[in-house]
Structure formats: C-alpha cells, structure tokens
Design a protein around this ligand. Structure first.
Ligand SMILES: C[S@@+](CC[C@H](N)C(=O)[O-])C[C@H]1O[C@@H](n2cnc3c(N)ncnc32)[C@H](O)[C@@H]1O
Length: 232
C-alpha cells in the first residue's frame, strides 16, 4: 500500500524521461487534449506576437518551445517546480534562450512575485491540476496584465472514468518517488461549474469551458479546455 508523501521527493522524476532520450525535436504542433492528437491548438491563446507568456507546470517545455519557434512571442517563461522536469527542459531546449526562459519554481510563488507581468498564462495538464486552485487562480489573476488571458487544459473526469468532483476538493492519485517507491499525490479534477465559480471568485471574466472528447483507445480521457480573462 502506498503512502502520502509530504517530503520534497520529486514525484515528476520519471515523467517524460523515456521520450526525452529519443525525441529532442521542437514539436510541430501544440495540442490541449489529453491524447495530444486532435482538437484546437495555440490559436486559443490569441495573437502572441510580442506577448509575455507563461507556461504553468511546463514539464519538458515542449509546448513552450513550440510557441517560441512557431509564433512570435516576446518571451515564454516555462515554469516547473520539479528539479527533474527543469533539468530535462534545459537539456532539450536551452538553446532557445533568451526567448524561452526555463525556470524552476512553484507556480504560486512565481506568480506572486510577477504582479501584472504576463499577457498570457497557460497550462497543459500542469500546475492547475496539481495545486490548490484557491491559491493558484488568485495568484494567476494578479500576475496578468489588464485584459490578460488564462487558458488551461485539465481532466474532465478521472482516468478511471469516475466523475469529476462537484466541489473544490483534491483526490490522492498514485505516483512514484525517484527510486520507484509507490506513493500518492494530490490532483484537482473538478466539474465545469466548479472551475467557473473558482475563476469568478478570483476576479476572472469571459469564462468559457469546452469539452474536448477523448479519441477512442485505452487510458484516454475527455479534456476540459478552460479560458478566462482578467478584466481590462
Ligand atoms: C502532467 S505534467 C505536464 C507537463 C507539461 N505541461 C506537458 O504537457 O507535458 C505536470 C507538471 O506540472 C508540474 N507542476 C505541478 N504543480 C506545480 C506547481 N504548483 N508549480 C509548478 N509546476 C507544477 C509538475 O512538476 C509536472 O512537471
């Protein structure tokens, strides 16, 4: 039986590690869906030309690298709390500096230190899924410029098929420590109306939530694609 880890074990040590050994390319596409295979792309972020963009929970920074290479943002800051993910992103894409800035930090303290700095914040199954939204969403609102935009994809239901939560509560899900020990981590899988209420309480407007249906196959899931603006 696993235990809940409260230490600083990096529970993202293994994520994307095998892929990074063989696929070092900047992706040609940017997808929001769980399967990364279909659905809308970065156009959902609006025109990024000259914009300051932040990826919250960027992992290996593949989405951020795509934006830097295939769009014209002033800068994309790829933020991730995991030392392993930060190292992987640096190994893969450090040559895209200075327009890609790879930063190791928790999303909340980073955003709290960046008042009014960002035009666009986004997350692809990243920090929004694994951080208390009552801390993260107000911090994101404060870090956006007036008229700025937050867009994120998150699970529409648990991978088991169980429905998302009707309240703003996390569930413990299985994870692995760097040395392979079974443990648990917290994930927020919330129903559409819960996200809408939390975003509204954090000061966002123009909130939309779209369901991106899963492609057929094993371990697929529907995606919620959430978009909101910080008022002008
Ligand atoms: C499922 S991975 C997704 C990574 C990437 N967005 C992708 O699509 O490949 C989740 C990532 O979010 C990061 N993360 C979770 N909570 C975070 C937080 N509060 N601040 C920064 N990064 C966080 C983890 O370290 C992990 O790299």
């Amino acid at each position: 039986m696993g235990r809940v880890t409260t230490s600083t074990a990096d529970l993202w040590h293994h994520y994307g590690r095998a892929r990074a050994t063989s696929d070092r390319a900047v992706p040609d596409t940017f997808r929001w869906s769980w399967g990364q295979d279909a659905g809308p792309g970065p156009e959902v972020l609006g025109d990024l030309t000259g914009r300051c963009v932040g990826d919250l929970g960027a992992g290996a920074a593949r989405h951020a690298a795509h934006l830097v290479v295939h769009h014209q943002p002033a800068r994309v800051i790829a933020i991730d709390a995991s030392p392993a993910q930060h190292a992987m992103a640096t190994d893969l894409y450090a040559d895209l500096a200075p327009r890609l800035h790879i930063m190791q930090s928790g999303a909340v303290p980073h955003l709290q230190a960046m008042t009014g700095a960002y035009d666009v914040l986004y997350s692809v199954f990243g920090a929004l899924d694994f951080t208390d939204p009552r801390e993260l969403l107000p911090a994101a609102a404060a870090a956006l410029k007036p008229g700025g935009r937050l867009v994120y994809s998150t699970l529409a239901h648990y991978l088991s098929g169980a429905p998302a939560q009707p309240d703003a509560v996390a569930a413990d899900i299985p994870a692995k420590t760097p040395d392979g020990e079974a443990t648990m981590m917290r994930r927020w899988v919330l129903q559409e109306h819960v996200w809408t209420k939390l975003l509204d309480e954090a000061g966002f407007t123009n909130i939309t939530v779209d369901v991106l249906p899963a492609a057929p196959g094993p371990r697929t899931a529907d995606t919620l694609l959430v978009s909101a603006h910080y008022p002008s």
